[in-house]
Design a protein around this ligand. Sequence first.
Ligand code: HSE
Length: 315
Amino acid sequence: MDNETVKEVRVFAPATVANVACGYDVLGFAIEAPGDEVVARFVGEPGLRIGQITGDDGKLPLEVEKNTAGVAALDLLKHLGMLDLGIELEIHKKMPFGSGLGSSAASAVAGAYAVNKLIGEPLTKKQLLSFAMTGEASADGAWHADNVGPCLLGGIVFIRDNQELDIAQLPVPSNLWAAVVHPDIEILTRVAREILPSEVPLANVTQQIGNLGGLICGLIQEDYGMISRSVHDVIAEPRRQKLIPEFYRAKRAAMAAGALGFSISGAGPSVFGLCEGEETARRVGETITSVFNSVDLANQLYVSRVNKTGVRVID
Ligand code: HSE
């Protein structure tokens, strides 16, 4: 190892809002905060290990093969034929589990990205997608890139096909903001997926496709009216809203406060209001917060532009 070799890398992987109402499993965007941090460093002993996890209340396994960050990093090293390298990971969880903020995806992305950086960046960000996906899938068994994609690449990411990982970044209108509120309850993604029907009426499919296409057009043309008319979910939201206390009250309040649209972030319980401008986003966020506060449901508000960078190295 020469003097120029990096010995340690610390990365930040942001929270993400998956589905964005009309794009179940095929659309997601990253926000500025919260996010997970992972440190990767070279150690003398060969092999990958996890030295420390913080912020998880002891819930996450230190075993590399059972940890989303570990699985992602291991899969990458295996692909590169570098399993003998001595690397230690530290994982600092800075967002809650089962929050609908893409917590397991963030750890998986951070694990793969940190190790790739540490070993001299043999792969591009986009090439890390499948390794991060393997890591995330080890947590909930499902294979959807609507958290991992935007967490890795930043911006708003559309997934044409989850199996092929055929994805594209969409343009982000300059004044697009989100108010994301996490009410302090836990919803397991697996449970939120199980309550969805295996078949949906054709009329709903048609409506959802129209909204998804409309949202994409609205983003491309920076047409906030089109975005607003399109941010509707007629498939998952009607079934999942029952898992979130005061959902429709929060939605009515957010829309009255000027949100372009409001729905569930990922599998929930977090909710988001999409907004034009920071001021509106703050007002919408505070309105949603006051609905949850009125029933003594603790919650955290995050007001953010769409994060265009995705995972990144930090000091
Ligand atoms: N698209 C996924 C779902 C996101 O809604 O179940 C979960 O992280």
